[in-house]
Design a protein around this ligand. Structure first.
Ligand code: OAD
Length: 246
């Protein structure tokens, strides 16, 4: 087994022995692809805005054109971004384990572009469009400032979960089920502040899973986790995957 400077031997053992690994990722894993995290200051055009004030239904009702401008800017940024070593390592990990459930709070699709096959998009996808009135998925063909629903004529919104909104049942049940059933839970690049996603580690721990965090700035979860690796995902994850015996 190759020596690893970042990964403790106990975690290598837990990964090797796990029947089901549940991984939760947050904005931190995409930071190394150039996608800003939620709690980082924004730059350029949007530096005067706090994402937490834009990603809400109230903000959309107040000024839908502003919210669309922000999301179009974010879509372009994500389209220019490439999956990084962390995303690629998780895709490799999926193909080497008996069972891996990947839950992401990210809406950027970078896990899928890196090759991960089973991804639970807990907060939706930035490239999806939904009717704000009816909630249904729609296909928008116009480039109007605020597109309208071909069915009811109401405003169309990005297909992501905003602050204060509930997680779609399918994603919620699949993620909660995996957390309760896994024997190793990895929390990667998330501040562990936003519920219900932040509760997944607690569910796993209560079900006696081993819990590990990978985050250069250890969060509150690090105190109760079995392992806290204070490193970037792009450095730690390739080492973690390479630590598995061939
Ligand atoms: P945050 O922006 O809250 O936190 C990003 C975390 O990533 C921080 O703890 C950083 O220390 C860590 N980080 C930064 N660079 C990293 C790297 N290279 N490798 C590993 N970790 C790194 O993002 P989330 O926790 O994803 O929800 O935020 C959760 C949710 O809150 C988001 O999905 C979004 C947000 O508001 C909604 O929009 C509903």
């Amino acid at each position: 087994m190759p020596a690893s400077s970042l990964i403790p031997a106990g975690l290598v053992d837990a990964l090797r022995d796990a029947r089901h690994v549940c991984v939760l990722t947050g904005a931190g894993i995409s930071a190394e692809s150039g996608v800003p995290t939620f709690r980082d200051a924004q730059t350029g055009l949007w530096e005067q805005y706090d994402p937490q004030d834009l990603a809400t239904p109230d903000a959309f009702v107040r000024d839908p054109a502003l919210i669309w401008r922000w999301y179009r800017w974010r879509r372009e940024l994500v389209l220019r971004a490439e999956p990084n070593a962390g995303h690629l390592a998780l895709a490799r990990l999926e193909s080497r384990l008996q069972r891996l459930t990947l839950v992401t709070q990210n809406v950027d699709g970078l896990h899928q572009r890196a090759g991960s096959r089973q991804v639970i998009e807990f907060h939706g996808n930035i490239f999806a469009d939904r009717c704000f009135v009816e909630g249904c998925t729609v296909t928008v063909e116009s480039d109007a400032d605020v597109p309208t629903c071909p069915g009811c004529g109401g405003h169309v919104r990005p297909g992501v979960v905003w602050f204060g909104e509930t997680i779609p049942d399918t994603a919620l049940n699949a993620a909660f089920g995996a957390a309760a059933e896994c024997d190793l839970f990895l929390s990667i690049g998330t501040s562990s502040l936003v519920y219900p996603a932040a509760g997944l580690a607690e569910i796993a721990r209560d079900a006696a899973a081993i819990v590990a965090e990978i985050n250069p700035q250890p969060t509150d979860l690090a105190r109760s986790a079995d392992f806290a690796i204070a490193a970037k995902a792009g450095a730690a994850l390739p080492e973690l995957v390479d630590s598995l015996p061939d």
